[in-house]
Design a protein. Sequence first.
Length: 106
Amino acid sequence: MGVTVTTTGGVEGRNVTAYLGIVAGESILGVNVFKDITAGFRNIVGGRSGKYEEELRKGRDTAVEEMVERATEMGADAVIGVKVDYETVGGQMLIVTACGTAVKLA
């Protein structure tokens, strides 16, 4: 059984027996110029940008996976209070961060 990941402050039906510390995972994605142009055009005509949505999903999944790896290294059963943040840097890079508290459960 793997590490449980939740945005809530606990895992239903389980008691937290130890707080192991904050864990985080990061993902940095470069934004392709052609995707930018296509996304800009779709936004003008009112459509959705599937490529950007796909990149966001990939970034989130990678950041959460890295966070879980760190929690696993600490011997955690779960990561609670998880928050995912998205940030752009210089219009060229997308940074996705997943952060939470690694815990042991009874």
